[in-house]
Design a protein around this ligand. Sequence first.
Ligand code: SF4
Length: 158
Amino acid sequence: MKSEQTTDIELALCTRIKQVLGSSLHIRHVDAGSCNGCDFEMMALCNPVYDIQRFGIDFVASPRHADMLLVTGGVTRHLEMALEKTYAAAAAPKMVVAVGSCACGGGVCGQTYANAGGVDKIVPVDVFVPGCPPRPSAILEGILLALDKLDGSRSAVR
Ligand code: SF4
């Protein structure tokens, strides 16, 4: 039942996670070179206001346990390999959400000798969430869009 604290996006997320993944969504956060603004907004998803663990969403330490990568920051050159290896290690269906203007296209740093630019320069991206930084509710909507894009062939439902 919908409570005053539960938004339509949160309800849709809850339903979609059950349809697509069965019961829960595990996320690995990858900071590929952000200023930490996007990371603070992302971590707000776990505070008492958003409390995403109510919906079976949680952040995990290993990409091997993750269904989705949330990547922040334009990718700095020294973190390119770390991002590639994290993507390679992630479990199917390997959804990737680029969070923030830097992750979407390089942001304020752009593409330089030290910065590869957007996350899609290094790994495939399913959803781009713009903003500097994006609000937690926008990040939630990005997660929902990534689940919506998951087709049958990539579905992890057993
Ligand atoms: S988009 Fe803005 S808040 Fe996010 S990492 Fe880039 S500069 Fe920082």
